[in-house]
Design a protein. Structure first.
Length: 98
């Protein structure tokens, strides 16, 4: 986590040729680039968050393609076992590596 995690992510991204920060920033364009080719853009998007970067949720909710499909997991229903279960059961999981 933090600076060591970013350095590790940067080394891995360089090695495999992917964007080192796209998954951290989770922009609407990034999410759409994953969901659209899989035909999943019209399906509900369950949003699991630790609230460290609220601007990510705000940006996704403001997007006209993604926003209407966002379903926020209530804090009182969110716990690590449940969050992991949702991720494993998802047809598509887009995770933040941090």
């Amino acid at each position: 986590e933090g600076e060591p995690g970013l350095k590790l992510l940067g080394r891995i991204a360089n090695k495999v040729g992917c964007d080192p920060v796209a998954a951290l920033d989770m922009t609407p364009e990034y999410v759409k680039s994953i969901l659209e080719p899989r035909g999943m853009l019209e399906h509900p998007i369950l949003f699991i968050t630790d609230h460290q970067r609220p601007e990510i949720l705000e940006n996704l909710l403001a997007d006209p393609d993604i926003g209407p499909n966002i379903r926020l997991i209530p804090d009182e229903a969110s716990w690590v076992g449940g969050d992991i279960t949702l991720a494993v059961m998802a047809n598509v999981f887009i995770g933040n590596p941090a």
